[in-house]
Design a protein around this ligand. Structure first.
Ligand code: CO
Length: 132
């Protein structure tokens, strides 16, 4: 079951360059920095109320974030929806004959179980299911 927006993922060229806006101008405090080598990214996560803002920097040229920035420049990369039963949410998508990028959940930042829905199935939005 989906329960609200867990976080917004924003692709940036450089965490060091972009963190000051969120930390100092918006006053969101010190982010948690984490390397997610399986995905070729380093993340900076700001907590704001019940939601998070996840900045994503590529750590390798083959990273999906590197390819995204090459194509689109910096900007919103994905919207993550909180999921209480990620297997059931994946099954709902595949059961409707729509495409998942991840049929099996994988481990994302903060140890969350995540799975991406293919943007072709959502009208162009990369949607992440995120189960904590
Ligand atoms: Co995310």
């Amino acid at each position: 079951m989906i329960h609200g927006i867990d976080h917004i993922g924003i692709a940036v060229r450089s965490l060091n360059e972009r963190i000051p806006f969120y930390r100092d101008v918006l006053g969101l405090g010190q982010p948690e920095i984490e390397d997610v080598p399986e995905q070729g990214v380093r993340t900076a996560i700001f907590v704001s109320g019940a939601n998070r803002i996840e900045l994503l920097e590529a750590t390798s040229e083959s990273s999906p974030i590197a390819r995204f920035i090459e194509k689109n420049g910096e900007g919103i990369h994905h919207v993550a929806l909180g999921s209480t039963e990620i297997a059931a949410d994946i099954a709902a998508v595949t059961g409707a004959d729509l495409r998942m990028i991840d049929i099996e959940p994988r481990i994302g930042a903060g140890g969350a179980r995540i799975a991406f829905v293919h943007p072709k199935s959502t009208g162009g939005v990369l949607i992440e299911f995120c189960s904590r």
